[in-house]
Write a protein that binds this ligand. Structure first.
Ligand SMILES: Nc1ncnc2c1ncn2[C@@H]1O[C@H](COP(=O)(O)OP(=O)(O)OP(=O)(O)O)[C@@H](O)[C@H]1O
Ligand SMILES: Cc1ncc(C[n+]2csc(CCOP(=O)(O)O)c2C)c(N)n1
Ligand SMILES: [Mg+2]
Ligand SMILES: [Mg+2]
Ligand SMILES: [Mg+2]
Length: 322
């Protein structure tokens, strides 16, 4: 058991989100039915009659959402969407959700109603629903969602299978939620195209299992930023990844929003999270499924580059340090 404090590791911000995860997972899991995890978008557990995919993401008021920026219904949709995208990133389909809710004693019941209806709406998009949960009092509105999923006979697509020579491809949007966040943070409420992307992501759920069926060697959903999340694939796979900027491009709408704000849209595309796009590596001769666009290549080495150069700024969101 680790109980004594090490020098220079006295607060969580000194370790950072990923240092903390390394610390709490360092001893591995003692659970004998763990087929995979922790360390990927979801764990895979052996059950006597099959395998279960399991993943949790927590959303906290004023960290992940603001109630003056988003309705409870939108927050409920987002809380479910970010979890369903982790299931998709394994190549699985969701089977059920568990919801832990911490809310203040003076919270209006409409808040809980809105959250619950948003969750049901998002879950319904993929034919699943909430099957259980827990409610507690809390000074900060906190929503913890656990999603369970089924691999339908597929091998899970981990973060660790990318190989030199593979093609890197993306399904879904990049930079839209970050643009929306930037707009809202400046006190604006439009354009709705980007503000809506911050409020409710639109993960390409079916692209996950399709990628698995097409032979994807590694996959992750983009929650923190394209470069940061591809960094997890590069690290877990022991490879380097180079992105081709001309293959990615900046959507016209994001360029317009960026020039209105005096911001850099390319930074949103490369390092903005929360659109929950899927990025994956495929063998170079694989036929990419519908919705997948090639954006780069896997090579020998380490790290993620853009057109051969390291990105000079933060590569994505990190709790405490970012
Ligand atoms: N407290 C914890 N105990 C055990 N494992 C953890 C803990 N926190 C995170 N992990 C594991 O660490 C890995 C990385 O977690 P992380 O939250 O970065 O992934 P993610 O959910 O795909 O990303 P995001 O939270 O940005 O959507 C996951 O396998 C996760 O289960
Ligand atoms: C009010 C408000 N302020 C900031 C942000 C930006 N933000 C918060 S968490 C996160 C990454 C994913 O989180 P996680 O790693 O927990 O899944 C990002 C980009 C926001 N959404 N709302
Ligand atoms: Mg993930
Ligand atoms: Mg997580
Ligand atoms: Mg994160």
């Amino acid at each position: 058991m680790e109980s004594e404090q090490r020098p220079n590791e006295r607060t969580v911000s000194q370790l950072g989100e990923f240092g903390l995860i390394r610390r709490v997972t360092a001893q591995g899991t003692g659970s004998t039915n763990t087929l995979l995890g922790p360390g990927d978008d979801a764990a895979v557990l052996a059950a006597p009659d099959g395998r279960v995919v399991a993943t949790t993401d927590v959303l906290v008021q004023d960290v992940h959402f603001r109630l003056d920026w988003s309705s409870p219904h939108q927050v409920g949709r987002k809380a479910v969407a970010v979890n369903l995208s982790d299931v998709a990133a394994m190549g699985a389909v969701p089977t059920g959700l568990l919801v832990g809710l911490g809310c203040a004693s003076d919270a209006p019941t409409e808040l809980v109603d809105g959250l619950a209806s948003g969750m049901r709406e998002e879950a319904g998009l993929v034919g699943t629903d909430v099957v259980g949960g827990d409610m507690v009092t809390s000074t900060t509105l906190t929503i913890s969602v656990t999603a369970l999923g089924d691999l339908q006979g597929r091998a899970p697509v981990t973060r660790g299978g990318a190989r030199p020579g593979d093609v890197v491809a993306v399904a879904g949007r990049l930079g839209w939620a970050a643009a929306g966040w930037a707009v809202l943070a400046r006190g604006f409420r439009s354009p709705l195209a980007v503000v809506g992307a911050h409020r409710v992501p639109e993960p390409p759920y079916s692209a996950g299992p399709l990628a698995a069926d097409a032979g994807a060697t590694a996959m992750i959903d983009v929650s923190d930023g394209l470069l940061a999340d591809l960094g997890h694939i590069a690290e877990a796979s022991g490879v380097a990844i180079d992105l081709h900027s001309d293959r990615i491009g900046v959507p016209q709408r994001l360029s317009e929003v960026a020039s209105a704000l005096g911001a850099n849209p390319w930074r949103w595309v490369l390092t903005g999270g929360e659109d929950q796009a899927l990025v994956a590596s495929f063998p170079h001769d694989a036929v990419l499924p519908p919705g997948w666009q090639p954006i780069g290549a896997v090579t020998e080495g380490s790290g993620v580059t853009v057109d051969g150069s390291e990105y000079a700024e933060e590569t994505g969101w990190q709790h405490w340090t970012g």
